[in-house]
Structures are given as structure tokens and as C-alpha cells.
Design a protein around this ligand. Structure first.
Ligand SMILES: [Zn+2]
Length: 374
């Protein structure tokens, strides 16, 4: 999900990433202006791209504020030239909500973005008319770097209009997906919305070849945004639906608190594990990492595992979801979670092993789905 975007900073505590399609926007503006026989003007072209970026950011901030009022805290927002994709952490919703409540929430969050742009366009147009700037608001082309005030009005109108297209993950498409989700399960609703979105993107891309190249650009952006979102949904459904017993390591080495650090290091060398459960008899008493064994040996010489092991750890049950294990690992900065059943250690889950299995599971689900689609 991160491969096509770059980190640009934080806004209200939310990570902001710029999608790579944004970086080609100034070039695209120069190119279309050149084709339209307007002399390209570097600073003004960049200013036009900046206006688009500003309108998109205002749009996303609108979404974020409404989402927050519903208790949804955005994890990251990826800005695309038409709008953004806000990645929410739905697992942190305070209480499970009804289908109807989710539908109302989605519609409200989705409509706020375009509404912000409409308000901005109206205010900008009002100011331009009152100030008598002479921006010729209704003159073609609406977006042009030689007339930045007019571009500001139209960039907002375009962004509002485009986002209402039923092309997931644009806002219109989100409303469509929420509508599907009233009758089918969320992952299937997303897939249906993504297929409609892909079809629409194709139509725009082809239509753009025969009319306005901007349409092709819009189609391309919708296509990549839908792809982005689909991957995030697959990832989330793997997290929610896979139980720890399906991915935990059952063949692992343990240490005893009475082992010396040198013995422990010797065991660590012969295993692929980075982290070890420490077991006395059949009781879990701690966890220790290869790193801390090495550090203790280096700083204090040989000693016992007992003295170095971490006694504060979290255990999980077999039936817990990956999402829950993942939260435990990341929120407490742990690197291993012992899986226990009736107080007995039956497996371990490590960050390294989770990353690995999630990638594999997402791949195999995608394969299975492609098979069922063909
Ligand atoms: Zn939006």
C-alpha cells in the first residue's frame, strides 16, 4: 500500500502521504498547456498543481473531522490528484454498530468532502466577483495556469463533481459500497464496488484518448486508487478472519530460566528464532530475545536467563484473531506472543512470523478469488 506513495508529513496527528500520480501532475499541466499552444510557465504551472493539492487537502480534512466525530481515527491519508484515500482503523470503533448506523456514518463522511469543495468554490467565486478581479469565471479552459483565481473556483468544482462519481474509493463509490454492504458482507461489497470502479476507469481512460487527455488521467488515478483500497481490504479481512492457531509456530525452541546465557546463545545459533519463550516445567515465566542475550553477555558476561528475561509479556489464545495479536505486539512494542491453552504453551507468534504469514495469506486469498472469478 505504501509502495506508490511517499511520506510528506503529519496533519492533526495523521500521517500524510502523497501518491506518486501527484508528482506527475505539474508535468502533465505543462504538457497540456504546451499542446494547447499556451507558452508553459513553470512557476504558474506549479502554482496550479499547488491549488489542486490545497483543494484535495481541504476535502480530506473535511472527511477527517466528520470521521473523528464518529470516533474513527484516521491512520494515514494518501493524497491523489482527485481526492484522497483515508485509511481508517475501524478496529478502534468504540462499539460494534448496526448496519443502518454504519450506512448513515459512511454517507455522512463521504458527502462532507465534496461539500467542503462546493463551499470553497462558492466563497472563492463570491470574493472574485465582489473584488472585481475580472477572472472571467465562465470562460474555457476552466483550469489554466494563466488564470489562477478562476482555476481555484473550478478546481474545487471539479474535485467535488469527480468525487461524486460512483467509482470506489471516490466518495460516490463509497456511498455505493456502503449501500451494497447493507445486504452483503463488507469484503464482498468492496469487491463489487471495485469492479464497477475499474469498469468506469476503463471507460474514462478510453474516452479520454478521443477527447480530453484529462479524462485518461482521471481514469488512471481512479484505477490505481481502487487497487490501493482493494489491497487494504484484503489485508484487513486477513487480520480479522485468520485465527492464531492457523499461523502460530508450533515447532519452536524454549529456554529455561536456569539456562546460562552461553547455553541460550548456543541454542539461538541453532534455531531461526529471534525470540524465545522461557518455560519452567510447564509454566510460561518470561520471554527473551537473541538480542538481549547478546547484549547481556557483552555487558555483564555470563549469567542466567532468569536475570535477563522479560517477565512482562502478553499471552494469547488459539482462537484470537491476527488483528488482536497484532495490536498486542505493536501497542506494547513486543516481539513475541506465547499462545497458551489451559496455561500450557502450544505455540508462539512473532512479529517476523506474522508479517510473513499475512503476506502469504493475502496472496493465497487473491489467487483463490482470481480462480473463482475466471
Ligand atoms: Zn472524498
Amino acid at each position: 500500500m505504501r509502495s506508490w506513495s511517499v511520506h510528506v508529513g503529519r496533519l492533526f496527528g495523521v500521517e500524510v502521504r502523497l501518491h506518486l500520480t501527484f508528482l506527475v501532475l505539474p508535468l502533465f499541466v505543462v504538457w497540456t498547456e504546451y499542446n494547447a499552444n499556451h507558452p508553459a510557465n513553470g512557476p504558474r504551472d506549479i502554482a496550479l498543481a499547488g491549488i489542486v493539492l490545497g483543494c484535495v487537502a481541504a476535502h480530506e480534512i473535511g472527511h477527517m473531522f466528520v470521521a473523528r466525530s464518529f470516533g474513527l481515527i484516521p491512520k494515514a491519508v494518501i493524497l491523489l490528484p482527485l481526492g484522497g484515500v483515508t485509511v481508517f482503523d475501524e478496529s478502534r470503533l468504540e462499539k460494534p454498530e448496526s448496519v443502518e448506523a454504519a450506512w448513515r456514518r459512511e454517507v455522512r463522511i463521504a458527502l462532507t468532502g465534496p461539500l467542503v469543495n462546493l463551499v470553497f468554490a462558492l466563497v472563492a467565486a463570491g470574493v472574485i466577483v465582489l473584488a472585481g478581479v475580472g477572472a472571467h469565471l465562465r470562460e474555457w479552459p476552466f483550469l489554466q495556469s494563466s488564470n489562477l483565481p478562476r482555476s481555484l473556483v473550478w478546481a474545487n468544482l471539479y474535485i467535488a463533481g469527480l468525487n461524486l462519481l460512483p467509482a470506489y474509493p471516490l466518495d460516490g463509490g463509497r456511498i455505493l459500497r456502503a449501500f451494497f454492504a447493507r445486504s452483503i458482507d463488507p469484503a464482498a461489497a468492496t469487491r463489487r464496488a471495485v469492479s464497477i470502479s475499474h469498469a468506469l476507469a476503463m471507460v474514462l481512460m478510453v474516452a479520454g484518448l478521443f477527447s480530453n487527455t484529462w479524462l485518461t488521467m482521471v481514469g488512471l488515478i481512479i484505477f490505481s486508487a481502487a487497487q490501493l483500497e482493494e489491497r487494504a481490504v484484503i489485508f484487513q479481512s486477513v487480520l480479522d478472519n485468520v485465527r492464531l492457531e492457523e499461523v502460530m509456530l508450533t515447532d519452536f525452541a524454549t529456554l529455561s530460566p536456569a539456562d546460562t546465557l552461553e547455553d541460550a546463545l548456543d541454542k539461538a545459533v541453532h534455531s531461526l528464532q529471534d525470540d524465545f519463550p522461557v518455560v519452567r516445567g510447564s509454566d510460561m515465566v518470561g520471554v527473551i530475545s537473541r538480542q538481549s542475550i547478546l547484549e547481556a553477555l557483552r555487558l555483564e558476561g555470563n549469567g542466567y536467563v532468569q536475570a535477563v528475561m522479560n517477565k512482562l509479556f502478553e499471552v494469547s489464545a488459539r482462537q484470537e484473531s491476527l488483528a488482536s495479536a497484532f495490536r498486542k505486539l505493536t501497542s506494547r512494542n513486543l516481539s513475541i506472543i506465547p499462545v497458551v491453552e489451559d496455561q500450557r504453551l502450544v505455540g508462539i507468534v512473532t512479529l517476523q512470523n506474522l508479517m510473513h504469514s499475512m503476506a502469504l495469506l493475502a496472496e493465497s486469498r487473491k489467487l483463490r478469488r482470481d480462480e473463482s472469478n475466471s
